[in-house]
Write a protein that binds this ligand. Structure first.
Ligand SMILES: Cc1cc2nc3c(=O)[nH]c(=O)nc-3n(C[C@H](O)[C@H](O)[C@H](O)COP(=O)(O)O)c2cc1C
Ligand SMILES: [Mn+2]
Length: 450
């Protein structure tokens, strides 16, 4: 398979793998586009490329890394190897630094100064409870004002005017630290936002990492990501981005921003967020705009699944050498871990659940299954829960544990109850017969469209 190096080559790979659907019927930017993409994501259908969007000269692509199959394609591996590939890429020793080049595809079209009007960009309004149009699929690129190192992050951006966005930054982000440093000197912070990217860069941007996250993207691709200096900002931007928005976060300025669909599946509140002023908009010839459906599968894959599964693997492998697979499913807001083990001892599944709770505060439910259960299929996991769990023996609670402060079941400090479930078969309790099986068939050979 040809190597993925930008959004276009990823779209080609998806198309070859039957993971792309070209939508030719015109769609609206407000709600309709996101409604379709959201329905496709939840049904694990292909990623949509909207070829005709009312009010847009550009096509819009959504839902890049919204399923295990597409995460595997993005990483160039099998579904079950995603965790190991991510573990390798996140290991700081394996990072590959970006490579600076002069030219960039997006330098073909540049608009600066008074000519800028971001309201002409095809920015969708996604969910009915969102506060308006938001850029959700852009990666913010910045530099640490102290060390000079680069940084990638996701920050939702709400359109506020022709050259102005509300720009969301949580308390504990690197970008927040950088802005704090600049504000202490009454200086702005330069930022570039790249839209339409190699999914390796999107995956890297979702990770918590002490160095430049572009090193992770380099590790995924096995070579440094080409970057080029901004037109109006001193920031190195992926050279093959489809669209680039350059500008700065003004010191000490805050404005209403939000609400937007959050990762836990509820709408958030209005925030007092920094303000981003645009100094340039640049794009490749015939660019593809990219969006990400907030509060839905891709959001979870990038923020909670891919960056956290390696951490979970390290922890559960510490207590059980027999881990055969694990998954943090996107449909459970990143709060649930499913771990498959080939258990040697009856108590092992409970130790595995305890280790999962220690891996990350978010994890509040750990389900341990046997290797015959498909951890990517919620129905198969539900079957194991139903036929292999005696609730009074196989479940334990950890009340008063620390969780994520935004967990809707936790109190205001993020304190909640964790629950471990041993959903492995207990043959010592009762002999089980062989489970029902049918052979795996390639449905695309029998059904048009697969
Ligand atoms: C799709 C997506 C959207 C996100 N949106 C925001 C956001 O609006 N504000 C924020 O502070 N973090 C957001 N995050 C989380 C951060 O981007 C992410 O944790 C990143 O690692 C922070 O990087 P930093 O610490 O280098 O700034 C989002 C994450 C994802 C995956
Ligand atoms: Mn960072």
């Amino acid at each position: 398979m040809p190597m993925i190096h930008d959004l276009r080559s990823f779209i080609s790979s998806l198309e070859s793998a039957g993971q792309l659907v070209r939508i030719k019927r015109p769609v609206d930017l407000e709600y309709e586009l996101a409604d379709i993409a959201a329905a496709l994501e939840r049904r694990r259908r292909p990623a949509p490329l909207f070829e005709v969007v009312r009010g847009s000269q550009w096509p819009i692509f959504s839902s890049a890394v919204a399923s295990q199959a597409r995460a595997a394609l993005a990483l160039g591996c099998e579904r079950a190897k995603v965790v190991e590939v991510m573990r390798h890429a996140l290991e700081p020793a394996n990072g590959i630094p970006p490579v600076r080049v002069e030219g960039a595809a997006w330098k073909a079209n540049v608009v600066t100064g008074d000519e800028v009007d971001v309201r002409q960009l095809p920015i969708p309004t996604h969910a009915v409870g969102d506060g308006g149009p938001f850029i959700t699929g852009g990666v913010a690129i910045s530099n640490d004002p102290v060390s000079g190192r680069g940084n990638l992050s996701f920050n939702r951006m709400q359109v506020k005017g022709p050259c102005q966005f509300g720009f969301n930054i949580n308390e504990w982000r690197h970008l927040r630290e950088f802005l704090d440093v600049q504000e202490a000197n009454d200086e702005p912070l330069q930022v570039a936002v790249a839209i339409g990217l190699d999914p390796a860069i999107m995956i890297a941007a979702g990770a918590r990492y002490d160095d430049d996250e572009l090193l992770i993207a380099g590790a995924i691709r096995g070579q440094g990501i080409a970057v080029s200096r901004g037109m109006t900002v001193d920031v190195d931007i992926p050279a093959e981005a489809e669209i680039v928005i350059e500008g700065y976060l003004a010191a000490h300025e805050r404005q209403d921003e939000g609400p937007l669909a959050e990762f836990h599946g509820y709408f958030g509140e209005l925030w007092q967020s920094p303000v981003f002023y645009v100094t340039a908009v640049c794009w490749r010839d015939e660019p593809v705009f990219q969006t990400l459906i907030p509060g839905w599968n891709e959001h979870l894959y990038l923020g909670n699944v891919l960056p956290r599964e390696p951490l979970l693997l390290n922890h559960v492998q510490h207590v059980a050498r027999t881990v055969t697979g694990l998954h943090i499913p996107p449909y459970a807001s990143g709060f649930t871990a499913i771990v498959a083990i080939d258990k040697c001892n009856p108590g092992e599944p409970k130790n595995v659940a305890l280790a999962a709770f220690a891996a990350h505060v978010n994890i509040k439910w750990c389900i341990v299954v046997d290797p015959d259960v498909d951890i990517y299929d919620p129905a198969d996991v539900m079957w194991a829960l139903t036929t292999r769990v005696d609730w009074s023996h196989d479940v334990f609670y950890v009340p008063g544990a620390q969780g994520h402060e935004m967990d809707p079941t936790a109190n205001g400090r993020g304190v909640h109850t964790k629950i471990g479930v041993d959903a492995t078969a207990k043959k010592e309790r009762r002999g089980y017969e062989e489970r029902v099986r049918y052979n795996v068939v390639d449905l695309s050979r029998y059904l048009p469209g697969g």
